[in-house]
Design a protein around this ligand. Structure first.
Ligand SMILES: [Ca+2]
Ligand SMILES: [Ca+2]
Length: 268
């Protein structure tokens, strides 16, 4: 908390100084995610509230792994039609990375369809489409077939050239940068997976790291960039509603970083 306050004070001081001397204020990075309170703090999160570091991560792992309902990969299609429904058109879903609103009925594998994007790429931990991490709705999103293919299993990082039809997303040979509105979503999905999957359930221990080109290792980078994206793109109403729907209707667990984005900094 103290570090947070100091960083904020520095930002204000820099901006104020810039105004006083009549120069353009330097571009400042987003403030760290502010502490939040939720209706679940005294119930769902009661064993996690007040903790930090590995203690917080361990508590959250226990909380979000308990009494979870898992769905099959084929059931993911219909679930995504509910969790990712366009708030302005109930016949459509909103696609990750591109932001496009597309008919729910265009699910499939052809160009122009949408399919099931694993934000934690399947190959990073080799969990495929098996019930478990391969079907966990907290990191599955509808995405345009072509854009999904361009993302492939790349790690996340800033930079690259424009992805055609990608809504402003960028890519280069070893990384993918989602459009701004999806940056925080991606960060919180990746970090949910790292907490949820700790190697004790027959699947790999998923973790973020500072690399790109992680390939088939159970890691995804870059952690420092994901932390920055979490701050730059706070949870939206769409993301919060999605979390609630997964909790109420499908898996009965929550993504703690949507409820408490400041817990990213508290753990990493
Ligand atoms: Ca967002
Ligand atoms: Ca883990």
């Amino acid at each position: 908390m103290l570090a947070t306050r100091i960083r904020r004070w520095k930002s204000v001081a820099l901006a104020t100084t810039a105004v006083l001397v009549g120069i353009t204020a330097p571009t400042l990075t987003a403030s760290p995610a502010a502490a939040t309170t939720t209706a679940y703090d005294s119930t769902y999160y009661k064993n996690a509230v007040g903790k930090t570091g590995t203690s917080l991560k361990s508590s959250l792992h226990t909380i979000i792994s308990a009494n979870v309902s898992k769905i099959s990969y084929s059931a993911v299609w219909n679930a995504l039609k509910v969790t990712d429904q366009d708030p302005n058109n109930s016949s459509n879903v909103i696609l990750l990375y591109s932001g496009v609103s597309r008919s729910k009925s265009l699910n499939g594998g052809d160009v122009g369809d949408w399919n099931r994007e694993h934000v934690w790429a399947k190959s990073h931990g080799d969990f495929g489409e098996v019930t478990g991490p391969g079907t966990d709705l907290h990191h599955l999103r509808p995405a345009d077939v072509t854009v999904n293919s361009i993302r492939g299993n790349k790690d996340f990082d800033n930079g690259g050239s424009t992805v055609s039809g990608g809504g402003g997303s960028l890519t280069d040979s070893d990384s993918f940068e989602p459009r701004d509105a999806d940056k925080g979503d991606v960060a919180r999905m990746i970090l949910y997976m790292a907490v949820r999957y700790d190697g004790g359930d027959g699947f790999a221990d998923l973790e973020p790291n500072e690399k790109v080109n992680n390939g088939s290792n159970p890691y995804i980078g870059k952690l420092s960039v994901l932390k920055q994206w979490n701050d730059e793109d706070p949870p939206s109403a769409f993301e919060e509603k999605r979390n609630q729907t997964i909790y109420d209707t499908y898996q009965h667990n929550r993504n703690p970083f949507i409820d408490h984005p400041e817990w990213v900094e508290a753990i990493w």
